[in-house]
Design a binder for this molecule. Sequence first.
Ligand SMILES: NC(=O)CC[C@H](N)C(=O)O
Length: 358
Amino acid sequence: MTEAYVALEGGHVIEGRGRAPGTARGELVFTTAYTGYEESLTDPSYEEQVLTFSYPLIGNYGVREERFEDDRVHPRAVLAKELTEDVADWLATEDVPAIDHLDTRQVVTDIRDGGAMKCGIAVGEDVTEEDALAELEQCKAMSEHTDIGTQVSVDEPVVHGADNDGETVALVDCGAKGSIVDSLIARDAEVHVLPYDAAVEDVEDVDPDVLFISNGPGDPANYEQAIELVREFVEDTPVAGICLGQQIVAEALGGTTEKMNFGHRGVNQPVLDLESGQVVMTTQNHGYTVDEPGDHLEVTQINVNDDTPEGLDGIEYDVLTRQYHPEANPGPEDTLEFFDDVLEMADQRAKRAVPADD
Ligand SMILES: NC(=O)CC[C@H](N)C(=O)O
């Protein structure tokens, strides 16, 4: 019989039904997303995390590659109340341990009370509680994954939309979701995807209209090179960022970030635009947040639930960032116009740089 154990920080072990074998460890988090499991499971931002779905049935519309955000599953393991055969088989093929028939309400309550925590997972014919505890023992805190970018980034620059006539984007790939690239290409941008540790010269070679910092896993403070790029280019080049990108931009420009208790992960996080007064529903997946924006950035959007910064604008620089995922996938498409706004910012800047001949 397949055994399946989750060892929680503090040593409490819970038992479930094994659906995909293996051992794993990671930061235990939950998402309230009720659809979009293929997109969430292939989102590189979940690297080094163990993902619990709070929605009880996961997999009821199958598994289709065209909905993937990357070419592999990123969470180290998956927990749910009920996983369908399709999803369990997919995770087994990907060597990602999966457990269901757990009381996920209790797991979510534990995370809400204790914060995102370390955990150890063991699933297999003859694994024991001790195997899960041994994984927990070796589990690192998220901030200790100091070079996590190397696990999720391209190794070499890749160009998408080379025939496009629009803005040239240098996208620093800290674990970019495919939909971010797709959203830019769909707006006629030429997208140069650069490694997370790209040098200043690599960006200069692209000569971009906008420097765009992607989403990605882990602690923003560990992306020192991307922070440096923002500092280096922000005076002369518009800068944009999504999720980790917003945090990196804040770190670069005198702001601060902090770890949240259990973060925001779901597809119905309400965000208020402070200027228009409009509230939109957003997709989110983050465990860190901007604390202080610093003197060069202004908070333009906030989370309705806890007032954390959701959008930043540059005060004297051309900067536009979002903490949520405007590209959706999964989730509501209320915020896709962020990409239009970023490309418009780049276009306006280019026009200012080359005064019209009259
Ligand atoms: N989706 C993301 O980019 C996540 C950003 C960062 N790793 C966080 O957890 O806050």
